[in-house]
Design a protein around this ligand. Structure first.
Ligand code: F6R
Length: 610
């Protein structure tokens, strides 16, 4: 999705803006641009289609010098990726604006502004906002007042940053439905859509709330809420260290993030479990009271986070005996619900800014759910701020568009939550101890799997020239198969479908031949014998099987069956561990195919539009 950076400083801001944009590249984008107000009080602009590197070349050749500037990476929604549609957009020669989000009533505003004589040079919704602010500026003579007046006309979602050459010492920013953070410096201040963009210049951040409008100057930050009341927003420190957004020795962020999993799974457990028990107070002071009264759980999420929710359903029903429903947010938000009394609404999101998930949460809060619990990786995100109870995953910044460490830490947090809920519903102490002990083993087991990397890389060669693949699993391994299929399709562009293995004979078996690799996750459990029969069905049709199993599952390597032997794992924690080889498999297939692993085509990291 689009990214925004802005700076007001005593020093030249071009370098700060460029570095900020580079750090936002992971979100996915198709063009980039910046506008700087220079020493002669003129607004200069540069925009390029393609990578930030192209913009960097342009501004190296013709520098934009000045102490106030805004910049943007665009992910096209209105109008094709092109230079004229790239941000910043301007009204006249002096006012420039960058925008994340979507203005729903842009056509109506565009017609109105055109009738008043404003000329449009792009197809974007953003240019409408630029002209609307300029129109008010002509009347009111102050940028802050003009922005305030203009946004009353906007319907939709936006984070905006606006500069005007007549007021070269500040920018005006606001948010409604899209994230915006202020980076607090010393004698300089910054804004961005994501704090990662600003880590080289500050580690202190102020998260704007919905409806906030702020005046950002070198030595002051003034914020007003929707009602126009002056407000203070807390300053929080970024805790993960500036280098967490660097690739280090790894070729791709995705690989680095796969390898970080033992550490971040452990970090997600820290302070929340002892050797044998879950510390439910660590879930919040209200947790005990809440968990006592939960009779049903409704999980909402998108994509990979949805798969985490699917695994959690098996855990919640098996261990806590509490009915659990799971639905993708984009479906949930557009249908009527029958809400069972005392239903806990649980949102799972890496970014905490996914538009569909946030919309579902807002709807749920009105609809009468008992409480909203968020499992999220980004402190200060909208989801975290708007939920009653939060369990933060400790994955640290995830840059690769394909989610890896966020997923396994979500599973870790969900298992901790499940055990806390289960205790309130009669789970025996020794069963809790058995599972907590198994959870403590997970970081080591993931490390053991990472040591199998070379073998998995070898296996990946069989997928390179294939166009389709099937992923099979049973029970709580079915969502693991879904996650494996999603990883393969998003980064290697190979069509991959996941099925519960028992469904094979109800249709998909017709697809199986020697051109259709079939990946199966098969830890030894109650279903493994049934799963083995399903594998025979594939073999009998000439299908080639790639099986991830432990020794006791008893799957033998033979003609047409490739087996990757994994460590013995507790049945409950197996979904966390078995996800990792599938991540590595997809990664290596994508590298062999030469795709853009960290920024796959057409995808964005944080999906802040519907
Ligand atoms: C896939 C992936 C996406 C996200 C989805 C939800 O690898 O990353 O499917 O899981 O867009 O994002 P969050 O978790 O930020 O709400």
């Amino acid at each position: 999705m689009c990214g925004i950076v802005g700076a007001v400083s005593e020093r030249d801001v071009q370098g700060i803006l460029l570095e900020g944009l580079r750090r936002l590249e992971y979100r996915g984008y198709d063009s980039a641009g910046m506008a700087v107000v220079n020493g002669s009080n003129q607004t200069q602009r540069a925009r390029e289609v393609g990578k930030v590197a192209a913009l960097a070349d342009a501004v190296t050749a013709h520098p934009l010098e000045g102490h106030l500037g805004i910049a943007h990476t665009r992910w096209a929604t209105h109008g094709v990726p092109s230079q004229v549609n790239a941000h910043p957009h301007m009204s006249g020669e002096r006012l420039a604006i960058v925008h994340n989000g979507i203005i729903e009533n842009y056509q109506e505003l565009r017609d109105e502004l055109k009738a008043e004589g404003f000329e449009f040079t792009s197809q974007t919704d953003t240019e409408v906002v630029a002209h609307l602010i300029e129109k008010h500026y002509r009347k009111l003579g102050k940028l802050y007042d003009a922005v305030k007046a203009a946004i009353t006309r906007l319907r939709g979602a936006y984070a905006l940053s606006v500069v005007h050459a007549d007021e070269p010492d500040h920018m005006v920013v606001c948010r409604e439905g899209s994230p915006l953070v202020v980076g607090v410096g010393i004698g300089e201040n910054f804004i961005a859509s994501d704090q990662l963009a600003l880590l080289p210049v500050t580690d202190r951040f102020m998260f704007l709330e919905e409806g906030d409008i702020a005046d950002i100057r070198r030595n002051s930050i003034e914020i007003h809420d929707r009602e126009g009341t002056p407000v203070e927003r807390d300053i929080t420190r970024f805790e993960h260290g500036a280098d967490s957004a660097d690739k280090g020795e790894y070729r791709h962020f995705m690989l680095k993030e796969i390898y970080e999993q033992p550490k971040v799974i452990k970090a997600t457990m820290e302070g929340r479990v002892t050797g044998s028990r879950v510390l439910e107070q660590a879930l919040g002071t209200e947790a005990a009271n809440l968990l006592d009264n939960v009779r049903h759980v409704q999980i909402i999420a998108c994509g990979t986070s949805y798969h985490a929710g699917m695994v959690a359903r098996y855990w919640i029903e098996e261990l806590a005996g509490v009915p659990c429903s799971v639905e993708v947010a984009s479906e949930f938000r557009y249908r009527k619900h029958v809400i069972q009394p005392d239903t806990l609404f649980l949102c799972i999101s890496q970014s905490g800014e996914t538009a569909d998930t946030l919309a579902a949460l807002r709807q749920a809060k009105k609809a009468g759910f008992r409480a909203a619990l968020a499992i999220c990786n980004v402190p200060g995100s909208s989801l975290v701020r708007e939920s009653d109870l939060v369990i933060m995953t400790q994955a640290g910044p995830e840059i690769g568009v394909a989610s890896t460490k966020a997923f396994t830490t979500q599973l870790t947090a969900l298992l901790i939550f499940t055990l806390a809920l289960a205790r309130h519903n009669g789970l025996a102490e020794d069963k809790e101890a058995e599972i907590v002990k198994a959870l403590h083993l997970v970081p080591g087991q993931v490390s053991d799997i990472l040591a199998l990397n070379a073998g998995i890389e070898e296996m990946s060669k069989a997928f390179m020239d294939k166009f389709h693949s099937l992923f099979l699993g049973r029970g709580s391994q079915f969502p693991v198969a879904m996650e494996g299929a999603l990883k393969l399709k998003e980064i290697s562009y190979i069509h991959a479908e996941a099925y519960p293995a028992g469904e094979l004979k109800h249709g998909p078996l017709a697809l199986v031949d020697s051109e259709m690799p079939v990946v199966t996750v098969a830890p030894n459990n109650d279903l493994v014998e049934k799963l083995k029969s399903n594998l025979e069905e594939v073999r009998a049709r000439g299908g080639e099987l790639f099986v991830f199993a432990d020794k006791s599952a008893g799957v033998q390597e033979e003609e047409g069956i490739h087996v990757m032997q994994l460590p013995e794992v507790h049945e409950i924690t197996a979904p966390i561990v078995y996800t990792v080889p599938l991540q590595l498999l997809s990664y290596h297939v994508a590298v062999l195919k030469g795709t853009d692993v960290d920024q796959p085509r057409n995808l964005a990291k944080s999906v802040t539009v519907e």
